[in-house]
Write a new protein. Structure first.
Length: 135
């Protein structure tokens, strides 16, 4: 990962526990991916995040399809509405935003009052981590 991502991974390891679940975004097309030797970027980013932090991030990686397929409507709702209740149904506490596209999604779909910034990287396109506010 980039130096920016490495600093985010360090923060996650130091400030969260193994019981904390993360969300990095879902490309719904990953449920029906074209045959390819290389995983989509978002899937790769989730796998790297889990590998470097030891924390679980919700998303449709190929070997978890049986777990997530029945919950696909909730993942679709998260992407369209960013409703804290949908995140709570997966016990997701944090959003890990590590691309400009995901930051644009967060700013356009999520209500800032539902989240608090707990990590901000330095520089342009720096990663952010937002914690879901308890209701």
């Amino acid at each position: 990962g980039s130096p920016q991502q490495q600093r985010m991974y360090d923060w996650v390891r130091q400030h969260t526990t193994l019981d904390d679940y993360f969300y990095m975004g879902v490309n719904i097309d990953e449920f029906h991916p074209p045959l390819s030797k290389n995983p989509p970027d978002e899937q790769r980013d989730r796998i790297l995040f889990m590998m470097h932090t030891g924390r679980f991030t919700i998303g449709p990686v190929k070997w978890l399809l049986s777990f997530t397929r029945d919950r696909l409507p909730i993942l679709v709702s998260i992407e369209k509405k960013c409703d804290p209740k949908d995140f709570a149904s997966f016990e997701i506490r944090y959003l890990a935003i590590d691309t400009p596209e995901r930051e644009a999604w967060f700013r356009s779909v999520c209500r800032a009052s539902d989240w608090r910034t707990v990590y901000s990287g330095e520089g342009i396109d720096a990663p952010h981590i937002y914690e879901r506010r308890e209701e």
